[in-house]
Design a protein around this ligand. Structure first.
Ligand code: ATP
Length: 267
Protein backbone atom coordinates (compact mmCIF):
# COMPACT_ATOMS: atom_id res chain seq x y z
CA UNK A 1 0.00 0.00 0.00
CA UNK A 2 1.19 3.51 -0.82
CA UNK A 3 1.22 5.73 2.25
CA UNK A 4 -1.16 8.40 0.98
CA UNK A 5 -2.14 11.11 3.48
CA UNK A 6 -5.92 11.55 3.68
CA UNK A 7 -7.47 14.81 2.57
CA UNK A 8 -8.36 17.16 5.40
CA UNK A 9 -12.12 17.54 5.69
CA UNK A 10 -11.79 20.11 8.46
CA UNK A 11 -8.75 22.25 9.20
CA UNK A 12 -8.57 24.10 12.49
CA UNK A 13 -5.99 26.82 11.84
CA UNK A 14 -4.50 28.77 14.69
CA UNK A 15 -7.87 29.31 16.36
CA UNK A 16 -8.06 31.45 19.49
CA UNK A 17 -11.20 32.17 21.51
CA UNK A 18 -11.32 34.41 24.57
CA UNK A 19 -14.12 35.09 27.04
CA UNK A 20 -13.17 38.39 28.66
CA UNK A 21 -9.86 37.61 30.35
CA UNK A 22 -10.18 33.82 29.93
CA UNK A 23 -8.33 32.25 27.01
CA UNK A 24 -10.46 29.20 26.16
CA UNK A 25 -8.57 28.31 22.96
CA UNK A 26 -5.03 29.45 22.31
CA UNK A 27 -3.77 29.08 18.69
CA UNK A 28 -5.30 25.64 18.25
CA UNK A 29 -4.38 23.87 15.00
CA UNK A 30 -5.13 20.35 13.81
CA UNK A 31 -6.79 18.53 10.93
CA UNK A 32 -9.65 16.09 10.73
CA UNK A 33 -8.91 13.80 7.77
CA UNK A 34 -11.85 12.81 5.60
CA UNK A 35 -13.21 9.42 6.68
CA UNK A 36 -11.35 9.32 10.00
CA UNK A 37 -12.51 9.04 13.59
CA UNK A 38 -10.66 11.71 15.58
CA UNK A 39 -10.85 11.76 19.38
CA UNK A 40 -10.55 15.10 21.16
CA UNK A 41 -9.54 14.74 24.79
CA UNK A 42 -8.25 16.91 27.62
CA UNK A 43 -8.88 17.65 31.30
CA UNK A 44 -11.92 19.68 32.42
CA UNK A 45 -11.84 23.22 31.12
CA UNK A 46 -9.32 22.35 28.39
CA UNK A 47 -11.51 23.96 25.69
CA UNK A 48 -13.14 20.95 24.01
CA UNK A 49 -16.74 22.18 24.14
CA UNK A 50 -15.61 25.68 23.18
CA UNK A 51 -14.03 24.19 20.07
CA UNK A 52 -17.24 22.35 19.18
CA UNK A 53 -19.28 25.50 19.72
CA UNK A 54 -16.87 27.40 17.51
CA UNK A 55 -16.98 24.83 14.70
CA UNK A 56 -20.78 24.76 14.80
CA UNK A 57 -21.03 28.55 14.65
CA UNK A 58 -22.28 29.23 18.20
CA UNK A 59 -19.09 31.05 19.26
CA UNK A 60 -16.99 33.50 17.26
CA UNK A 61 -13.24 33.08 16.91
CA UNK A 62 -10.98 35.94 17.98
CA UNK A 63 -8.34 34.87 15.46
CA UNK A 64 -7.54 31.96 13.17
CA UNK A 65 -9.74 30.12 10.71
CA UNK A 66 -11.85 26.98 10.34
CA UNK A 67 -11.75 25.46 6.87
CA UNK A 68 -14.33 22.87 5.89
CA UNK A 69 -14.03 21.36 2.42
CA UNK A 70 -11.59 24.15 1.50
CA UNK A 71 -14.03 26.89 2.53
CA UNK A 72 -13.97 29.04 5.65
CA UNK A 73 -16.77 28.56 8.16
CA UNK A 74 -16.16 31.94 9.74
CA UNK A 75 -19.10 34.30 9.74
CA UNK A 76 -21.59 31.56 8.82
CA UNK A 77 -24.68 31.07 10.97
CA UNK A 78 -25.20 27.70 12.68
CA UNK A 79 -27.93 26.58 10.29
CA UNK A 80 -25.71 27.33 7.30
CA UNK A 81 -22.91 25.28 8.84
CA UNK A 82 -25.37 22.41 9.41
CA UNK A 83 -26.56 22.80 5.83
CA UNK A 84 -22.99 22.50 4.59
CA UNK A 85 -22.71 19.07 6.24
CA UNK A 86 -21.55 19.49 9.86
CA UNK A 87 -23.97 18.30 12.54
CA UNK A 88 -23.50 17.62 16.25
CA UNK A 89 -24.79 16.26 19.51
CA UNK A 90 -24.58 18.11 22.84
CA UNK A 91 -22.97 17.13 26.15
CA UNK A 92 -26.30 17.35 27.99
CA UNK A 93 -28.65 16.40 25.12
CA UNK A 94 -30.73 19.22 23.63
CA UNK A 95 -34.15 18.07 22.38
CA UNK A 96 -37.63 19.55 22.19
CA UNK A 97 -39.24 17.56 25.03
CA UNK A 98 -42.89 18.08 24.05
CA UNK A 99 -42.40 17.24 20.41
CA UNK A 100 -42.52 13.58 19.39
CA UNK A 101 -39.38 11.59 18.81
CA UNK A 102 -40.09 11.61 15.07
CA UNK A 103 -40.58 15.40 15.02
CA UNK A 104 -37.28 15.87 16.84
CA UNK A 105 -35.49 13.72 14.29
CA UNK A 106 -37.21 15.48 11.37
CA UNK A 107 -35.95 18.81 12.70
CA UNK A 108 -32.43 17.60 11.87
CA UNK A 109 -33.47 16.96 8.29
CA UNK A 110 -35.12 20.32 7.89
CA UNK A 111 -32.20 22.18 9.42
CA UNK A 112 -30.06 20.94 6.56
CA UNK A 113 -32.28 20.91 3.52
CA UNK A 114 -34.95 23.48 4.07
CA UNK A 115 -33.36 26.66 5.25
CA UNK A 116 -34.28 28.71 2.22
CA UNK A 117 -37.02 31.28 1.99
CA UNK A 118 -38.65 29.59 -1.01
CA UNK A 119 -39.13 26.40 0.94
CA UNK A 120 -41.17 28.24 3.56
CA UNK A 121 -43.17 29.86 0.79
CA UNK A 122 -43.82 26.49 -0.88
CA UNK A 123 -44.66 24.89 2.47
CA UNK A 124 -47.05 27.77 3.29
CA UNK A 125 -48.85 27.29 -0.03
CA UNK A 126 -48.85 23.49 0.47
CA UNK A 127 -47.54 22.90 -3.06
CA UNK A 128 -47.29 19.25 -4.21
CA UNK A 129 -43.46 19.33 -4.38
CA UNK A 130 -43.36 20.24 -0.70
CA UNK A 131 -45.59 17.33 0.26
CA UNK A 132 -43.24 14.98 -1.56
CA UNK A 133 -40.26 16.50 0.26
CA UNK A 134 -42.05 16.03 3.59
CA UNK A 135 -42.76 12.41 2.71
CA UNK A 136 -39.12 11.80 1.74
CA UNK A 137 -37.99 13.41 4.97
CA UNK A 138 -40.25 11.11 6.99
CA UNK A 139 -39.00 8.01 5.17
CA UNK A 140 -35.39 9.05 5.87
CA UNK A 141 -36.12 9.84 9.53
CA UNK A 142 -37.83 6.50 10.09
CA UNK A 143 -34.96 4.66 8.42
CA UNK A 144 -32.40 6.27 10.74
CA UNK A 145 -34.65 5.58 13.73
CA UNK A 146 -34.93 1.92 12.69
CA UNK A 147 -31.14 1.76 12.45
CA UNK A 148 -30.87 3.04 16.04
CA UNK A 149 -33.77 0.89 17.35
CA UNK A 150 -35.95 3.94 17.95
CA UNK A 151 -38.71 3.28 15.47
CA UNK A 152 -41.22 2.10 18.08
CA UNK A 153 -40.95 5.48 19.85
CA UNK A 154 -41.78 7.60 16.78
CA UNK A 155 -45.09 9.01 18.07
CA UNK A 156 -44.16 9.33 21.74
CA UNK A 157 -43.08 12.66 23.22
CA UNK A 158 -39.30 12.97 23.49
CA UNK A 159 -39.44 13.69 27.22
CA UNK A 160 -39.30 11.06 29.96
CA UNK A 161 -37.07 8.49 28.30
CA UNK A 162 -33.88 7.15 29.89
CA UNK A 163 -30.77 9.23 29.14
CA UNK A 164 -29.36 6.55 26.80
CA UNK A 165 -32.50 6.77 24.64
CA UNK A 166 -32.44 10.59 24.65
CA UNK A 167 -28.86 10.45 23.41
CA UNK A 168 -29.89 8.09 20.62
CA UNK A 169 -32.73 10.44 19.57
CA UNK A 170 -30.25 13.29 19.41
CA UNK A 171 -27.88 11.11 17.41
CA UNK A 172 -30.70 10.24 14.98
CA UNK A 173 -31.42 13.97 14.56
CA UNK A 174 -27.74 14.61 13.79
CA UNK A 175 -27.54 11.70 11.32
CA UNK A 176 -30.76 12.14 9.37
CA UNK A 177 -29.35 14.88 7.17
CA UNK A 178 -26.44 12.60 6.18
CA UNK A 179 -23.67 14.91 7.41
CA UNK A 180 -20.11 14.52 6.19
CA UNK A 181 -18.76 15.53 9.62
CA UNK A 182 -20.46 14.59 12.88
CA UNK A 183 -19.32 16.19 16.14
CA UNK A 184 -20.13 13.99 19.14
CA UNK A 185 -19.86 15.72 22.53
CA UNK A 186 -19.29 13.05 25.19
CA UNK A 187 -21.30 10.19 23.69
CA UNK A 188 -20.50 8.00 26.72
CA UNK A 189 -21.45 10.64 29.33
CA UNK A 190 -24.34 9.52 31.57
CA UNK A 191 -24.58 6.04 30.01
CA UNK A 192 -24.62 2.78 31.98
CA UNK A 193 -21.53 0.51 31.98
CA UNK A 194 -23.22 -1.87 29.57
CA UNK A 195 -24.12 0.96 27.20
CA UNK A 196 -20.54 2.29 27.26
CA UNK A 197 -19.22 -1.22 26.55
CA UNK A 198 -21.33 -1.38 23.41
CA UNK A 199 -20.60 2.18 22.30
CA UNK A 200 -17.18 1.67 20.66
CA UNK A 201 -18.60 -1.02 18.40
CA UNK A 202 -21.70 1.07 17.65
CA UNK A 203 -19.64 4.15 16.75
CA UNK A 204 -17.40 2.16 14.41
CA UNK A 205 -20.44 0.62 12.74
CA UNK A 206 -22.18 3.96 12.37
CA UNK A 207 -19.00 5.52 10.96
CA UNK A 208 -18.86 2.83 8.28
CA UNK A 209 -22.59 2.59 7.52
CA UNK A 210 -23.15 6.35 7.21
CA UNK A 211 -19.70 7.03 5.70
CA UNK A 212 -19.36 9.91 8.12
CA UNK A 213 -16.20 11.47 9.53
CA UNK A 214 -16.34 11.69 13.33
CA UNK A 215 -14.82 14.18 15.76
CA UNK A 216 -15.50 12.84 19.25
CA UNK A 217 -15.04 14.66 22.57
CA UNK A 218 -14.91 12.09 25.31
CA UNK A 219 -13.58 11.66 28.86
CA UNK A 220 -13.88 7.89 28.75
CA UNK A 221 -10.27 7.06 27.86
CA UNK A 222 -10.75 3.38 26.96
CA UNK A 223 -13.48 4.32 24.51
CA UNK A 224 -11.42 7.08 22.85
CA UNK A 225 -8.38 4.85 22.48
CA UNK A 226 -10.45 1.96 21.13
CA UNK A 227 -12.43 3.94 18.58
CA UNK A 228 -10.11 6.71 17.30
CA UNK A 229 -7.73 6.68 14.36
CA UNK A 230 -6.12 9.85 15.70
CA UNK A 231 -6.31 11.65 19.02
CA UNK A 232 -5.82 15.36 19.68
CA UNK A 233 -5.13 16.43 23.26
CA UNK A 234 -6.03 19.89 24.57
CA UNK A 235 -4.86 21.34 27.86
CA UNK A 236 -5.55 24.91 28.98
CA UNK A 237 -6.74 25.75 25.47
CA UNK A 238 -3.63 24.46 23.68
CA UNK A 239 -2.91 21.35 21.66
CA UNK A 240 -0.30 19.49 23.71
CA UNK A 241 -0.25 16.29 21.63
CA UNK A 242 -1.70 14.75 18.48
CA UNK A 243 -1.16 11.35 16.94
CA UNK A 244 -2.26 7.75 17.04
CA UNK A 245 -3.88 6.55 20.28
CA UNK A 246 -0.66 4.73 21.15
CA UNK A 247 1.55 7.78 20.54
CA UNK A 248 -0.71 9.96 22.63
CA UNK A 249 -1.02 7.49 25.51
CA UNK A 250 2.73 7.32 25.94
CA UNK A 251 3.34 11.07 25.51
CA UNK A 252 4.86 12.47 28.75
CA UNK A 253 3.00 15.82 28.37
CA UNK A 254 -0.31 13.99 28.19
CA UNK A 255 0.50 11.81 31.18
CA UNK A 256 1.50 14.90 33.11
CA UNK A 257 -1.70 16.79 32.17
CA UNK A 258 -3.88 13.91 33.35
CA UNK A 259 -1.84 13.15 36.49
CA UNK A 260 -1.95 16.85 37.34
CA UNK A 261 -5.73 16.72 37.10
CA UNK A 262 -5.93 13.69 39.38
CA UNK A 263 -3.66 15.32 41.95
CA UNK A 264 -5.68 18.54 41.78
CA UNK A 265 -8.86 16.52 42.08
CA UNK A 266 -7.53 14.71 45.15
CA UNK A 267 -6.41 17.94 46.81
P1 ATP B 1 -15.30 19.93 30.25
O1 ATP B 1 -14.53 18.68 29.95
O2 ATP B 1 -15.38 20.21 31.71
O3 ATP B 1 -16.60 20.02 29.53
P2 ATP B 1 -14.03 21.59 28.22
O4 ATP B 1 -12.71 21.04 27.81
O5 ATP B 1 -15.18 21.33 27.34
O6 ATP B 1 -14.38 21.14 29.71
P3 ATP B 1 -14.74 24.36 27.93
O7 ATP B 1 -16.10 24.17 28.46
O8 ATP B 1 -14.57 24.56 26.49
O9 ATP B 1 -13.80 23.15 28.40
O10 ATP B 1 -14.08 25.58 28.72
C1 ATP B 1 -12.81 26.16 28.39
C2 ATP B 1 -12.63 27.42 29.23
O11 ATP B 1 -13.49 28.43 28.73
C3 ATP B 1 -12.97 27.24 30.70
O12 ATP B 1 -12.10 28.04 31.45
C4 ATP B 1 -14.39 27.74 30.78
O13 ATP B 1 -14.69 28.22 32.07
C5 ATP B 1 -14.39 28.88 29.74
N1 ATP B 1 -15.69 29.06 29.09
C6 ATP B 1 -16.33 28.17 28.29
N2 ATP B 1 -17.48 28.69 27.83
C7 ATP B 1 -17.58 29.93 28.36
C8 ATP B 1 -18.55 31.00 28.26
N3 ATP B 1 -19.63 30.88 27.51
N4 ATP B 1 -18.30 32.14 28.96
C9 ATP B 1 -17.19 32.28 29.69
N5 ATP B 1 -16.23 31.34 29.82
C10 ATP B 1 -16.43 30.18 29.18
Amino acid sequence: LIDCPLMALLEVRDVSVRFGGIVALDSVSFEVPEGAIVGLIGPNGAGKTTLFNTISGLYKVDSGDLIFRNKSLLGQASHRIAASGITRTFQNVELWPRMTVLENVLAGYHSRFQTDYFHFLRAGLRLPGTRRLERDAKVKALAVMRYLDLEGLADQPARGHPFGILKKIELARALVSEPSLLLLDEPAGGLTHEEVDRLAEQLRRLHADFKVTLLVVEHHMNLVMKVSDRVVVLDFGRVIAAGTPREVQTNPRVIEAYLGTQQNGAA
